[in-house]
Design a protein around this ligand. Sequence first.
Ligand code: 39S
Ligand code: ZN
Length: 763
Amino acid sequence: MTIAANLGYPRIGPRRELKQALEAHWAGRLPEDGLRQAAAALRAQARALQRGSGIAHVPSGDFAFYDHVLETACAFGCVPPGYGWSGEGPVPLATLFALARGTPEAPALEMTKWFDTNYHYLVPTPSAAQGFRLVENRWAAAVAEGLALGCRTRPVLLGPVSFLLLSKPLDTDRPLDLLPRLLPAYEAALRGIAEAGAAWVQIDEPCLATDLPAGAEAAYRLAYDRLAQAAPGLGLLLASYFGGLGENLPLVASLPVDGVHLDLVRDPGQLAPALEALRPDLWLSLGVVDGRNVWRGDLRRAFGLLRQAAARSGGARRLMVAPSCSLLHVPQSLAHETALDPALRRRLAFAEEKLAEVALLARALDEGESVAAAAFRESDAVLAEARADAAAHRADIAARLAAVTPAMERRASPFAARAARQQARLGLPPLPVTTIGSLPQTAEVRQARARLARGETTPADYEAAMARLTEEAVRWQEAAGIDVLVHGEFERNDMVKYFAEQLDGYAVTKHGWVQSYGSRCVAPPIIWRDVARPAPMTVRWAAHAQSLTARPVKGMLTGPVTMLQWAFAREDIPRETVCRQIALAIRDEAEDLEAAGIAIVQIDEPAFREGLPLRAAARADYLRWAVAAFRLAASGLGDATQVHTHMCYSEFEDIIGAIAALDADVISIETARSRMALLDAFAGFDYPNAVGPGVWDIHSPRVPEASEMAALARQALRRLPAGRLWLNPDCGCKTRGWAEVRPAVGNLVAAARQLRAELTAAE
Ligand SMILES: Nc1nc2c(c(=O)[nH]1)N[C@@H](CNc1ccc(C(=O)N[C@@H](CCC(=O)N[C@@H](CCC(=O)N[C@@H](CCC(=O)O)C(=O)O)C(=O)O)C(=O)O)cc1)CN2
Ligand SMILES: [Zn+2]
């Protein structure tokens, strides 16, 4: 029997129920047991839905209140002091949230991107001194919870090697050295899982799809030799995803596990070598349904791969059919997307629809293709219709792209000459203070937009309300002493979706929510046709804000790489081409802002690092076209217009050359949680342009003191010259409330004034 399996399910709920419950709990409106009940109800609903779709191996333990990496760390007792855990018994929920969000006394753990996704995990901080102990078997509990309701589930653990590779240990910079201490805790977890009644456990080792660091191979051997013996009788499925195993295949083939999951969407080519290398008695889990995009699958193609695996010589047929990775990264259900263009809707599959594809493929493999004949025909028809979509390929856009010259990807003068002209125009003080763009998206703002969507307000009234907020924001920033102002982005639902709604070629969903971090979600737009800008998108907002003040107001745009990376993109043309189409649209917008008198244009590229391929071999090509697209978007601007860019959650150590090649006049980056460590890359590389290191972690409700921000800025001054340094928060303030933003910005300005005085005194 072929097993229809799933690797992980969206946890936020079809209507973001978990978000509502979490935020109510944090606001003191929902007690802990209410939150736990809401979570249990969501898990029960998810299990039932998956079972109902025909999935035999339903995952459990994939739920998390905030993040599954954080919960793994907590289950193994990796909790630094100061967050309210006694060191005995399970880590309280309050400690979990303190680690995730920070408290007035203790900053939050560092948060960073989960591989090449827009999901963020909290970076565990284990230590040799603290060691590891299974303080709560959350996986055994998840198995028991399912069994009590009649569903035998397959618990999912983040594997020990990936767990350590994703960690930043406190007392060593060689995380894998901690493995021997960690393994007993994992062994205990597996024993408990078996005792709870699970038949299989899924151990995720996504790092197997990356270039492994030195020592990782030995670590994998040690880990899986031990774990395979921990609970005899418990099937151990080793899951890799987000890419192919590549040169790690022989390693995986040598591990004493019971099954291996392969991502055949990102790397279908790995099937043939895997069939050769893997023991015939091994279960093969074939990830043939795309867990990273929203397109319906090419069922015939997927079936071809399955048949190839089924035909492998020797042994009984031990196959599982599955999505390529956890479905955490796609929206839950297409059912409620009634407003989508039917021509697009037919082509889509969200989590629920993907599981139906998985179940159908498994059945077709066992019972013969004929049971799926109608579905295969429909899949063929949808693909044919997509290929024949004339609006997907516009001659005017192709002609414009073909006419792009190298000069269009270059500013007129080098940085030093531009900087002089810009300073003559702007007259900024040393260490200028600015913010990243968005100001609090309060309930008032979101409700006004919700009323507009429901037709309860007119567009004119809505726009007037946003214009009023913008004016208040300008007045407040002037009074607060900020040097370069923002308009506040009140009119934007999201920095990507807002532009997508105004560009040709994009479609947006109503409920297509995907978790980004904690309770925060995004509804990524879908790129299905050629992209173009029919009309200016932001000019009136920027011009309005600028008309209210003599200080410079930045025009805010989202860059082409981020507009691509944070969307679900078409796959029938190269990503490079899609990105260049977007770049031309943004370029036009930037030029329109300049023409309207805006002296500083910020083109945000927070997803620039995230788009970097996981494998080093593919990186140069990505960096080439991503840098070129940004430059194409920015280089229509004259020397006297200052180009800013912004990136958060970024590790630039390995791509600092590409960051410099963007040639933005000023780049603001996230550095507060990592205590300025990132700046070493800029200093070491001799980064040529100006940098604004974040000195306030806006992902935490904690308000830093002026002295703290000044201390961080002094660290920055040790690495970069004062003349090229700005001061700003880590990211936009949209997730914060005014009660935090007002004092924090006040402290930021105070810190800047203090440092300016110190600089003058030192002269
Ligand atoms: N796309 C994207 N990715 C990103 C970021 C980003 O800003 N955008 N930032 C980084 C961090 N990630 C983030 C992801 C999401 C949010 C965020 O604030 N999301 C909002 C939703 C944003 C949105 O689309 N808002 C809509 C819909 C708001 C809403 O929930 N409306 C209510 C009704 C209004 C109400 O009563 O509150 C509803 O639909 O039920 C709007 O403002 O119009 C949230 O989860 O709360 C922040 C950071 C990295 N990745
Ligand atoms: Zn940011």
